[in-house]
Each structure stands twice: as structure tokens, then as C-alpha cells.
Design a protein around this ligand. Structure first.
Ligand SMILES: [Zn+2]
Ligand SMILES: [Zn+2]
Length: 247
């Protein structure tokens, strides 16, 4: 399975990165984990938009789903052969929220292009990928996404504070793609985000092999993140736009 970091900026785009968007590819199948603000542009450097097979949305903050509006436009109105519907999974109100974001009069409008589902409680498949979603600790309904293909597993935290749900979602995974919005030692509010130290502790508790820190926010100096995560025993890197990782 191949991971491409399309956008990794936390909370809003940075000059050098879109907000959250991660492309997973395996045996010709392509899905997205989130499609946040600004990500539809750089996404086109990594795949044809018509080649996408599905989108998984961790939660419905704009930095994780805003560019679904642009994806709707491209799949509905691009010249050329009509594009088939693709599955979109997200929190329970995902169909309504997509319609509201687009200014559509009804959820049926979005169903012209997307086959929209709430994230199920059980394991499900999208394209070549096996997926499970676990509720995590964020002010809105938010999920960690565990994705397996070709015998390899990646777990994406979405946005969350450190929590047991994240450890259980990530247990034994090959790669943890964990958010590190906060800096350890700041006066951080609870139930919102992790620091790089939190991410390393969660990845260690889950026995994950590799840790990728993401969702770093532009208003912070994040230069201490790797040092915060130094106690993690496996490899740890910071996400960079355009980075490709073989999971
Ligand atoms: Zn976010
Ligand atoms: Zn969020």
C-alpha cells in the first residue's frame, strides 16, 4: 500500500501545504483519507480525479472535508465520459453536511455524484481496502481510520486528544499517521488535539512500527516536534506535502 501526503497542514492551509488529505493506493485502487481545505489542487499532481475509488472522512471540520465541494463539481460537470458514483463515508450527518457545504437544496443532489454512508460500526471495504472506524476524542463526532491492504495496515488518527480509542484502533499497525497539533508544555485545552509527545505515547502503547506526525499548525513553531517524540522506539518523521511512504 502506498501513502501520499497530499496535504498535512493542521486547522487551515499553510503557504507550503493544503490541509488534511492523504491518498492511499493499492493494486490500482485509490482512496482518500479526508479532503480538507486547499487539497483538491495538489491532489491533481498525484492522481487523476476521475480515478478515485472512494473518500473516507474522519470528521466534518473544514480542514478535513471542505474540498469535497470542488470534488463534487469535477465529478458532476467535467467534460468527457460521465463518472461513476464513488462511495463517501463519514460521521452520521455526512450527507446533510456535504449538502449544506455545497449550498444544495437537498441531500439527493450530492447523491448524484457520491454514494454517501455513515461510517459503519463493523469492518467494511472500499476498493482494495479494508477499513474500520473508531470513535476518538474531539469536540465533534470524529473517528480514527484503520486501513489494511496487501497485508499492511495504516491508522490515521484524524483529529483527537490522546485516548484509549486511538490506541485500540492502532494496535499492531505498521504505520501510525497521527496528528500533532499541540506543543507539549503549552496550556493546551483538553479533549481536542495531541502533541507530538502524546502521539508518540499513543503509538508506543499500540505497538506501531512507524510514526508519521501530521496536522502541525502554522501558528506554532513546530521545530521541537521530533524531539518531543524521541521516546518512540520505531521510526518517526514529520509529514511533508508530496511525501510518498510505502506502508
Ligand atoms: Zn483538523
Ligand atoms: Zn477537527
Amino acid at each position: 500500500m502506498r501513502l501520499t501526503i497530499v496535504g498535512c497542514a493542521g486547522s487551515f492551509p499553510r503557504p507550503d501545504s493544503a490541509a488534511s488529505c492523504y491518498l492511499l493506493e493499492h493494486e490500482g485502487s485509490r482512496i482518500l483519507l479526508d479532503l480538507g481545505s486547499g487539497a483538491l489542487g495538489p491532489l491533481q499532481s498525484h492522481t487523476e480525479l476521475r480515478d478515485l475509488d472512494g473518500v473516507l472522512l474522519s470528521h466534518l471540520h473544514p480542514d478535513h472535508f471542505a474540498d469535497m465541494c470542488g470534488l463534487f463539481v469535477t465529478r458532476r460537470y467535467s467534460p468527457g465520459p460521465p463518472m461513476s458514483k464513488i462511495p463517501v463515508y463519514g460521521p452520521s450527518d455526512v450527507a446533510l453536511r456535504l449538502a449544506q457545504a455545497y449550498g444544495a437544496k437537498s441531500e439527493e443532489r450530492m447523491e448524484e455524484v457520491f454514494d454517501i454512508h455513515p461510517l459503519p460500526a463493523e469492518v467494511f471495504t472500499v476498493g482494495a481496502f479494508t477499513v474500520s472506524a473508531t470513535r476518538v476524542d474531539h469536540p465533534v463526532e470524529a473517528y480514527a481510520l484503520r486501513v489494511t491492504a496487501g497485508g499492511s495496515t495504516i491508522v490515521y488518527s484524524g483529529d483527537t486528544a490522546a485516548c484509549d480509542g486511538l490506541v485500540s484502533a492502532a494496535t499492531g499497525a505498521d504505520v501510525a499517521l497521527f496528528e500533532a497539533s499541540f506543543r507539549h508544555g503549552d496550556d493546551n485545552p483538553p479533549h481536542l488535539h495531541m502533541s507530538a509527545r502524546d502521539a508518540a505515547e499513543m503509538a508506543s502503547a499500540a505497538g506501531v512500527g512507524r510514526l508519521i506526525l501530521t496536522h502541525q499548525v502554522a501558528w506554532h513553531d513546530n521545530s521541537g516536534a521530533l524531539a518531543e517524540a524521541a521516546d518512540f522506539e520505531g521510526d518517526v518523521v514529520e509529514a511533508r506535502p508530496g511525501q510518498v511512504v510505502e506502508v
